[in-house]
Design a protein around this ligand. Structure first.
Ligand SMILES: Nc1ncnc2c1ncn2[C@@H]1O[C@H](COP(=O)(O)OP(=O)(O)OP(=O)(O)O)[C@@H](O)[C@H]1O
Length: 280
């Protein structure tokens, strides 16, 4: 199959092709021509990211979606300063990612809570590491537990919580230091469909209240559309940005947004681009 170019996906109504533009204020992420090739143990070169140009503005919610193995997590790791790209330029708040990475919140598919600490001590850990005093720490933890709907659960052990509740703890922990940027890799992938929708509704409320920019990798088209200001569709490996689709659903978005004709229209648009760009 001939390689797709950005123009190949242009016929999809509303599709934007790179270079992408943030829809809001200051630029938090500026990524230009990022490429990454892994060197496997047997010496084989694995070109993961072929060409990614992406801008994310302050407070924006951007989802990255694309076929399995196309390099979505790699892209997130590059933003997080965990992987140094083979080529291209990336600035996060004007700095090299590794220099500002400790300021971000990170949430992965597994909540990664410390089982010997209670919920409050898990959420407060980043503050403890930063030397914040006990009283301030307790106040902040209390606020965050309320924000994620876990007021009164501070003294519980993580193992007493459901999967969705544990992931709420992980989100609260990621927000303790008021990060300008939250990076999420399939945060709700392990949850059942109903819990996942509920978590989506809560996350969009948190994002609206705190104004934190979010970049989220997901496999769910509905989740991407529901949460995002823009959905970035990656092509198959070595991936490039196939489309950068603005999602103009009004906010706040709630339960009624799921299953709405408007969400369905956007989801179909994302699906069409994904089909052209190499499947799901
Ligand atoms: N550390 C590594 N060493 C070698 N190859 C790697 C490494 N990490 C990832 N890869 C390869 O790079 C490609 C992209 O991986 P990545 O995890 O970024 O994709 P993804 O789009 O997030 O995948 P998925 O949707 O399945 O989670 C895959 O082919 C993967 O096997």
């Amino acid at each position: 199959m001939p390689e797709l170019t950005a123009n190949d996906v242009a016929p999809v109504e509303g599709a934007q092709v790179p270079p992408s533009e943030p829809r809001s204020g200051d630029e938090v992420i500026a990524m230009t021509g990022i490429q990454h090739t892994y060197l496997a143990g047997n010496g084989e070169e694995i070109p993961a990211v072929g060409d990614a140009t992406l801008r994310v503005g302050a407070g924006e919610f951007v989802s990255i979606i694309g076929p399995s193995g196309c390099g979505k997590s790699t892209l997130l790791k590059i933003i997080a300063g965990l992987v140094h790209p083979s080529a291209g330029d990336i600035r996060v708040q004007g700095h090299s990612p590794a220099d500002v990475a400790p300021e971000y919140g990170l949430v992965f598919q597994a909540p990664n809570l410390l089982p010997w600490r209670n919920v409050a001590a898990n959420v407060g850990l980043p503050l403890e590491i930063n030397g914040v005093g006990r009283r301030d720490r307790e106040r902040r933890v209390e606020e965050l537990l309320e924000l994620v709907g876990l007021q009164g659960f501070g003294r519980k052990s993580p193992r007493e919580l459901s999967g969705g509740m544990q992931q709420r703890v992980a989100i609260a922990r990621a927000l303790t230091t008021d990060p300008p940027l939250l990076l999420m890799d399939e945060p709700f992938g392990a949850l059942d469909a109903m819990t996942r929708e509920q978590m989506n509704i809560e996350l969009q409320a948190v994002n609206a209240e705190l104004g934190t920019a979010v970049v989220m990798v997901t496999h769910s088209i509905d989740e991407a559309v529901f949460l995002s200001d823009r959905v970035v569709v990656m092509s198959a490996r070595p991936s490039r940005v196939a489309a950068d689709l603005p999602i103009d659903l009004p906010r706040p978005r709630g339960q009624e947004t799921f299953g709405s004709a408007e969400l369905g229209r956007h989801a179909n648009q994302v699906r069409a681009v994904m089909n052209q760009a190499g499947g799901h």
